[in-house]
Design a protein. Structure first.
Length: 505
């Protein structure tokens, strides 16, 4: 009779339970793993045998010992080394070297040759999957313990080695389950404060509006006007993470292997270089993996030198910017990843950067045309706020007076976000930027005078239907910052001043 244990693996961003069945039979020695294993899973045979031997136990032997390991469901391709722990325990049970109850237990971990457990990717979604699967106990490597402390309803045991796990399961020693930790949002680390930026008050106001409603924003200006500095200071005014958001982004970064320490307590800030490929940005690969836009979920994606990205790379942002998700289909499977990020794009007005400034622009008309052609109309149409940043006067750089610090701006942004949460009372809509046309009619109604103003502006600026609704969303955010229940004339006019008065082909 075979021995059955429970383990799991990551598919996309979710944990999937996997049954590990181990059977011993007399005959010529063979250690076989079936169930569509990849190379890393097949190599478990050597790791498991060495780990068992070096833990002082009897490894699979060549005499009358044919070992078969089945990973079910058989039609799902198995990847990685996180089944090592369950396979080793299954063999010890089947060979009579250990005796314990397996029901309701979940085992995860890669084995080193000396029998110690190495950390795995995706521990948090796997613990959640174990809980949903009805397991009451889960055993994970010690290095993964910090990220799973927030999950209630399941006892999590951190183990450092195979021998310790066996002794605990047999009752020889006692390992206490992890104490649950209450989530506390952290202060975002930022070397920069809004008070560090001299001048550029309009740009600061634009970023405050963008942060309050999670709107996409673009900076246009000559080099050295503070575009990158403002973008780097943005995390200092973003509202703190909620518990649900923290779990969501922690799971993403755990799967991607970018989780540095424990639970994510601050919003992610991703800033890929302009040579980044479209696969690295959007995600993909033989087995679809999340890209930069998913790693920036619930946070900021900063694209400096925006037009220097390949046009193909920028065009891949169309659907994620609109739908807040990206669907990736490959031969090995199809995945949908969340992409609710705030895009911050920074660009020069021309290749030399001097167009519209005091310096002379040396770009030819052809260079200007090619530069503008890199950014298509559909991409530009999806950006809510366009902020032109002129050169700052030298006298302002020497002024001793300090502008408003990020702390004060953050309070207004957090207050506006709370207003939106109370308004929508939804887990799917958290900010004004997520409203669809039906939501706009319900939550962002305009008065007769405001409708006339918007209609006139839409005709003069040649706004598309999408841009028309984005103006209303931004106006709703401005009203929230002002503490107004209605969108007034001044809110709408301020939103319109952030629409571009230029068009790119």
């Amino acid at each position: 009779m075979s021995t059955k244990l429970h383990s799991g693996q990551i598919v996309g961003l979710s944990g999937v339970p996997i049954e590990v069945e181990v059977d011993l039979a007399p005959g010529l020695f063979r250690f076989t793993i079936v169930g569509l294993p990849d190379k890393a899973v097949e190599e478990s045979r050597e790791r498991v045998a060495a780990a068992i031997k070096n833990s002082g136990l009897r490894p699979p032997q060549k005499k009358n010992n044919r070992v078969t390991v089945n990973l079910a469901p058989a039609d799902l391709e198995k990847q990685g080394a996180l089944f090592d722990f369950a396979i080793a325990l299954g063999y010890l049970l089947e060979s009579g070297q250990a005796s314990f109850e397996t029901a309701g237990k979940f085992f995860l971990g890669e084995l080193a040759l000396d029998g110690t457990l190495r950390p795995i990717r995706g521990a948090l979604p796997l613990v959640i999957a174990a809980k949903k699967n009805g397991c009451s106990e889960i055993f994970i490597p010690k290095q993964n313990s910090d990220e799973v402390r927030l999950v209630d309803g399941i006892a999590v045991y951190e183990v450092s080695s195979l021998s310790d796990a066996v002794e605990h399961l047999e009752g020889k020693i006692k390992i206490a389950p992890l104490e649950k930790k209450k989530f506390e949002a952290g202060e975002p680390f930022s070397r920069y404060d809004f008070s560090d930026v001299k001048g550029q008050e309009l740009a600061k106001r634009g970023l405050e509006i963008a942060a309050a409603g999670n709107h996409h924003v673009a900076f246009i200006g000559p080099p050295g006007t503070g575009k990158t500095l403002l973008a780097r200071a943005l995390p200092s005014i973003l509202p703190p993470l909620s518990f649900e958001e923290a779990l969501e982004i922690t799971a993403i970064h755990s799967v991607a292997g970018t989780l540095e320490e424990g639970v994510m307590k601050t919003r992610p800030f991703r800033s890929p270089h302009h040579t980044t490929s479209y696969v690295a940005l959007v995600g993909g690969g033989t087995y679809p993996k999340p890209g930069e836009i998913t790693l920036a979920h619930r946070g900021v994606l900063f694209l400096d030198e925006f037009p220097e990205f390949e046009r193909r790379v920028l065009e891949t942002l169309r659907q994620p910017l609109e739908d807040k998700t990206v669907s990736i289909s490959r031969a090995k499977g199809s995945m949908t990843f969340p992409t609710d990020f705030m895009l911050v794009a920074a660009m020069n007005p021309c290749p030399c950067g001097n167009k519209g400034s005091k310096k002379t622009c040396v770009c030819s008309s052809r260079q200007l045309f090619q530069y503008e052609r890199k950014m298509s109309g559909p991409i530009l149409d999806r950006i809510d706020l366009w902020i032109h940043m002129p050169n700052v006067e030298y006298t302002k750089l020497e002024e001793e007076s300090m502008s408003e610090k990020s702390k004060g701006i953050k309070k207004r942004v957090s207050r506006a976000r709370e207003t939106q949460h109370k308004r929508f009372k939804s887990k799917t809509i958290l900010t004004n930027s997520q409203m669809n046309v039906r939501d706009i009619k319900k939550y962002a109604q305009l008065g007769s005078e405001e409708k006339k103003i918007l209609a006139t502006a839409a005709e003069r600026l040649e706004l598309s239907a999408r841009a028309y609704h984005r103006v209303i969303k931004v106006a709703r955010t401005i009203a929230d910052l002002a503490g107004s229940k209605e969108i007034k004339k001044e809110h709408l006019l301020e939103a319109l001043q952030f629409r571009p008065n230029i068009s790119y082909s």
